[in-house]
Design a protein around this ligand. Structure first.
Ligand SMILES: Nc1ncnc2c1ncn2[C@@H]1O[C@H](COP(=O)(O)OP(=O)(O)O)[C@@H](O)[C@H]1O
Ligand SMILES: [Mg+2]
Length: 498
């Protein structure tokens, strides 16, 4: 051993002290402090740090046992060895009972070095053990967990962290009635899990709730692993319990927010459709009017003498087509109003856009806006929820129309396009020639409840962004040249539209 060994020797005989020092110096690099009285011993321990304490049992002024008591109090991990004459042997034995590491008789000083070596080794092991225990305790604290174990003899172990989770005092030992703290609704499952695991020789995982005396409820997850001897006998079960209350709350909160978002998205769709009533009514009236004309024509062909049955059949086929068209429109509206879980299907974004433009045609006409549409030639195949993405397009187009309707002069032009991009997939854009966006506005547009309209909800863009995000795309706004705003979103392209 090459590191410095700091030794405190309590010895009033200078010759003995010197002998001890020499014996140790053969084996260790030493720094020796010798004291002769209990007072000096106490103050040395208080002011300095030592790696080893050697003490005579019978001193003129005191006995070694009171020195031991002080050492155990001030530096309990430091090995303490009595080095004493035969007359002190009984005292030394008593000292070892009280916590001294060992004793060596002065008549057999050859034992001193091996005895010191062993005491130092044990002290180092003890320190390492205490340190790892402290680390484990800290790890339990940080991970909100605790360990448990029981063996075939029925001996039960609970770690500090487990006491903390169950809300018991470690000083009282493992509580015999901890099951009283299991939530009544979970008790049936709880009592079955360990016997079942043992019966099936399998690991178990169980989530249950703990109710503390003050009413606090904790959600915990326990996992356990039984082990067996080669002969198949149960040896022990070791497990860990983790307090998952916070994670559970976060999960619930997340679910609540997701639900809220879905509710808002639904609300937005319904309220936007409300704004479009005029447009939609017009769209439905169209096939109805057409059906009426075709029916009348059919009647006229029937009234002919003889009736022209060929034309009648033709007219009736047209009526059926008109009715189908009307039904399609109503189905589409219903689809938008319905509160359905998100879908994943492959569809053509171009067709979905054309449908939306149809829905807002009346609003476009009303706001005296000229529209130019330039869509990808073939198709724009994407995967996702068609209705949700139509909602995004609808919101962006309506925003553009609303922005331009506040203009007193200047052209009102709406440009809707889809383009293919090598990096981003498919890019959808709405250009308008409205008042445009102030630089400080651009960051706030997509925040919930940001609106500059007297009756605006300010949820439109925030919903659009979360829908586009959920589809793996991006939505952003930029100034248009020379005036107005551009809103663009990207969607990953897929191979083929079905
Ligand atoms: N095309 C646009 N041109 C100018 N401003 C816009 C445009 N689109 C959105 N905005 C601004 O963003 C705000 C938020 O839009 P949105 O989230 O759809 O809520 P709302 O339409 O209910 O106000 C609008 O109030 C408006 O100030
Ligand atoms: Mg809006």
């Amino acid at each position: 051993m090459t590191s410095l060994l700091r030794v405190l020797i309590l010895e009033d005989d200078p010759n003995d002290a010197e002998l001890i020092r020499r014996l140790l110096a053969d084996q260790f690099v030493l720094e020796v402090t010798r004291v002769q009285s209990k007072e000096d011993f106490d103050s040395a321990l208080k002011t300095e740090r030592f790696d080893l304490i050697l003490a005579e049992c019978r001193l003129g002024s005191c006995d070694g046992l009171s020195a031991l008591a002080v050492a155990l109090d001030l530096c309990s991990g430091v090995p303490f060895i009595f080095v004493t004459g035969t007359a002190g042997e009984d005292l030394a034995i008593e000292g070892v009972k009280r916590g001294a590491s060992d004793y060596v008789l002065k008549t057999r000083l050859t034992r001193l070095v091996p005895c010191v070596q062993r005491a130092l080794r044990e002290a180092a092991q003890l320190t390492a053990l205490r340190r790892s225990q402290a680390y484990l305790a800290e790890a339990e604290r940080q991970s909100h967990s605790g360990a448990f174990a029981f063996d075939a003899n029925g001996s039960l172990y609970w770690s500090e962290g487990l006491y903390r989770i169950w809300g018991f005092d470690p000083g009282q030992g493992v509580p015999s009635r901890m099951w009283q703290r299991v939530h009544p609704d979970d008790w049936k499952r709880f009592r079955k899990v360990v016997p079942e695991a043992l019966r099936n020789r399998r690991d178990f995982t169980i989530e249950f709730r703990i109710v503390l005396p003050d009413g606090t409820i904790k959600h915990v997850r326990s996992i356990g692993h039984p082990s067996y001897s080669d002969a198949g006998d149960f040896i022990e079960l070791v497990g860990i319990t983790t307090d998952v209350t916070e994670a559970k709350r976060a999960e619930e909160e997340h679910e609540r927010l997701r639900q809220l978002e879905a509710d808002f998205a639904h609300l937005n769709r319904v309220s936007v459709l409300g704004e479009l009533t005029a447009s939609l009514a017009h769209e439905i009236l169209h096939p109805i009017a057409s059906a009426r004309n075709n029916a009348r024509a059919g009647m006229r062909f029937l009234e002919m003498i003889p009736p022209n049955m060929h034309e009648v059949r033709e007219a009736l086929a047209c009526v059926v087509k008109d009715a189908d068209r009307g039904k399609d429109i109503v189905d589409r509206i219903r689809e938008h109003i319905r509160k359905a879980p998100p879908r994943r299907e492959r569809f053509d974004l171009n067709a979905a856009i054309t449908e939306v433009v149809g829905m807002v045609q009346n609003a476009i006409d009303r706001s005296r806006v000229s529209v130019r549409i330039s869509l990808l030639e073939e198709a724009a195949p994407v995967v996702g929820d068609r209705v949700q993405l139509q909602q995004v397009v609808l919101n962006l187009v309506l925003n553009a129309l609303e922005a331009m309707s506040s203009l007193d002069d200047g052209p009102r032009q709406l440009f809707i396009s889809t383009m293919a991009s090598a990096t981003a997939g498919i890019v959808f854009a709405v250009h308008d020639t409205g008042p445009g966006l102030a630089p400080e506005q651009i960051h706030r547009l997509f925040k919930p409840f940001y609106t500059t309209k007297p009756t605006g909800l300010g949820m439109g863009l925030s919903i659009c962004r979360s829908i586009v995000d959920a589809h793996g795309g991006k939505l952003w706004a930029e100034p248009n040249d020379p005036r107005g705003a551009v809103f663009r979103f990207t969607l990953p392209a897929t191979a083929q539209a079905s």
